[in-house]
Write a protein that binds this ligand. Structure first.
Ligand code: AQP
Length: 338
């Protein structure tokens, strides 16, 4: 039976965090044998905010090496840079013509980012969800593993794909989001009412996948907890809830089981257990990262092979879309110019 297709990507801005791992990458890896997987590094999304061109390529390679260090297998999954497959932009343009401005105005991430980027309200920030929709439907993805924050963008993708199909026939499958039960929303360590974000410039808010163990232990020890001493997941206890969620996700248990285990214990023990579990998770990833990252030629060659393969699928889809829209088919015969 033909495998279904899975696609998910991360924009190379800031530093990959524990939230990106638990909300996204871990769920890619768990499904890569079951699905035909595409894992683009979505670098075109990253330029919606200013990137330093002298360090951007290095950061992109760091991200790709981390994908692999976390367990993505480039032998079976297609790993590539979005900017190497021009069809992403081509399809994004077409889909923009089937997306309403009002729909984009409702995106909460856009509202949030436009508050944070007052000095640079570029059109890319606004149309970003359409590029994301194009990334997904270009490969006819059936499943998209993402964290909770991307649910709204996935809904928009489904709406736009459904609208296109309604007008032109069943061109795109309607993708499903896969949002994990635990780890879907890892929160900031110093402000647990906000999600942990890879472009957060305050290092104490974030556990980066490449943080060394001493930093991880220190950040968790100093993270914000709540008044009282009960160790439970509750709305009025965002700090403790976040630690329990992290521990549940990292040790693959439930927060209910942890609540039982920690009855009568103090925050100190919880923090030290979370730190130990996160360090144990990150150490092997960091060791693999340093091996993979040291061979830049091999990383670039892998990306080139990925782009070649992704490009074939992407071209086929764009041709199908052109056909559906009634564009002149490009002749394979080149004749004299009239
Ligand atoms: N805190 C989180 N908890 C669980 N999942 C998360 N994801 C992101 N943050 C969390 C998931 O990771 C994938 C990549 O998402 P992203 O590129 O939007 O990452 P980000 O950390 O949210 O990035 P920022 O800080 O908003 O930076 P910019 O704007 O520069 O990219 C997604 O699947 C997401 O759900």
């Amino acid at each position: 039976m033909k495998k279904q297709t899975l696609l998910s990507g991360i924009a190379p801005s800031g530093r990959l965090t524990l939230g990106n791992y638990l909300g996204a990458i871990r769920n890619w890896v768990a499904r890569q044998d079951q699905y035909k997987c595409f894992f683009p590094l979505v670098d075109l999304h990253a330029v919606t905010v200013r990137q330093d061109p002298t360090t951007f390529a290095d950061r992109c390679r760091d991200f790709v090496a981390l994908y692999l260090a976390c367990g993505v297998n480039p032998q079976t999954s297609v790993v590539f840079a979005q900017s190497h497959v021009a069809e992403h932009c081509e399809l994004a343009w077409i889909l923009q013509c089937y997306t309403q401005v009002g729909e984009l105005n409702r995106m909460t991430q856009y509202k949030d980012k436009s508050r944070r980027n007052k000095g640079d309200m570029n059109a890319g920030l606004f149309s970003y969800p359409v590029l994301m929709a194009a990334d997904i439907v270009l490969y006819k993805a059936d499943l998209v593993p993402v964290g909770e924050d991307q649910r709204q963008h996935l809904e928009l993708t489904r709406d736009v794909a459904g609208r296109f199909n309604g007008l032109f026939g069943d061109v795109f499958p309607i993708p499903e989001a896969y949002i994990p039960d635990s780890g879907a929303r890892v929160m900031s360590l110093q402000d647990p009412t906000k999600k942990m974000s890879k472009s957060d410039t305050v290092a104490a808010n974030v556990i980066a996948l490449l943080d060394d163990p001493t930093d991880v232990a220190r950040k968790i020890k100093r993270c914000v907890t709540d008044s009282g001493n009960e160790i439970v997941v509750r709305e009025d206890k965002p700090g403790v809830s976040n630690l329990l969620n992290i521990l549940a996700a990292v040790t693959e248990t439930t927060t209910a089981a942890l609540e039982n285990e920690y009855v009568g214990q103090g925050y100190g023990r919880l923090k030290s257990d979370v730190a130990d579990a996160v360090i144990a998770l990150l150490e092997p990833i960091q060791a693999r990262f340093s091996d993979l990252r040291s061979d830049e030629l091999a990383l670039d060659a892998m990306l080139a092979a990925g782009a070649l393969e992704a490009g074939k699928t992407a071209r086929r889809t764009v041709q199908e879309v052109h056909g559906a829209l009634g564009f002149i088919p490009k002749s394979s015969r080149v004749g004299p110019r009239a």
